[in-house]
Design a protein around this ligand. Sequence first.
Ligand SMILES: *Cc1c(COP(=O)(O)O)cnc(C)c1O
Length: 401
Amino acid sequence: MNKKIKSLKNLPDENGYYGQFGGSFVPPQLVEPLKEIEREYKKAKKDPSFQKEYSDLLKNYVGRPSPLYFAKNLTRKLGGAKIYFKREDLNHTGAHKINHCLGEVLLAKRMGKKKVLAETGAGQHGVALATAAALLGLECEIHMGSIDIAKQHPNVIRMKLLGAKVLDVTTGGKCLKDAVDSAFTTFMKEYKTTFFAIGSVVGPHPYPMIVRDFQSIVGKEVKEQILQQEKRLPDYIIGCVGGGSNAIGLFHEFLDDKVKLIGVEPAGKGTGVGEHAATISYGSMGVLHGMKTMVLQNKKGEPDPVHSIASGLDYPGVGPIHAFLKDIGRVNYTSATDKETISAFLELSKVEGIIPALESAHAIAEAMKLAPTLSKNKIIVVNISGRGDKDVDYIAELLKI
Ligand SMILES: *Cc1c(COP(=O)(O)O)cnc(C)c1O
């Protein structure tokens, strides 16, 4: 570990870097608007009235703390380590994303903005942001790739019901990456009145830091809950990694502890055939969406087309903090294929009565591989980042059920 860093929780440095990753690579006209967001965020972070409003909403509107549930049936069936699930799927709107959306919309409101703007992949960020915007009385505009619009139709309807404008992105691969590009372009034109509320720990500084801070509630709760239930810290903590917000939200509180952290990327149809989105495992250093990070890219530095059965993981980049944690060896990044993910999805549904999001099923797949190799006194905590209601039609079609 880097000796100059006292605590991994104190990152990034004053320029927004996590080791060699992060920073802010944006057109000159966005430099000042981003600095203003950073200044205002730092003030809000220290302002007890802002923090109180945020934590009241988490408690009374989102339904936090989410349970830490001991999965007795799955544990018994696998015959190894004890498996606990952090139930972010039980949050209002069905995933962890509401945690940072409420924070971002509160910040936008504090800054006097009229509108929040964002990209969405699976539609989960769009729904969470539209929800927070409806609650707090701001306009909301969501950019979404055409392919995702078709695949995640119910979420599109939800966003519209919540009063958001959904913009169909027909450029490029018509997925998450293209939606980010499109939302960025709009932000450049409208930054005076609009707050860009990014959907993960990605983008230029200060976004990765802001989203991480708002998500860190997940790990803080887990620490309290596991100490209460088991009187000790877990041995392993597992989260799926798209941009990396649910994983870092869970990891952050444990970064300085003796706990093994595992991030699971989507191996898609198999990393051998190139149709995957396992950025940290197979990418190289590059600049994408305003940050220096690991990117799946060709020799010209253009992002590669990526694939995952989970729309929310379908992204050729990753949050700079994850690139850094991989670099220093603090987090172990593995991957799960679409096939392994579907097995985990079906298994959890049947054995525990929990239908997880396909994104979360990647983390569950890793836990199912790991648990049988460990003794019964070991403890694994897995983040169920969201619920699978949004995925059941897709699965039904795939399995012809
Ligand atoms: C969006 C999403 C993810 C992936 O995003 P991260 O920023 O990597 O957490 C994972 N799970 C669910 C349920 C999602 O909606």
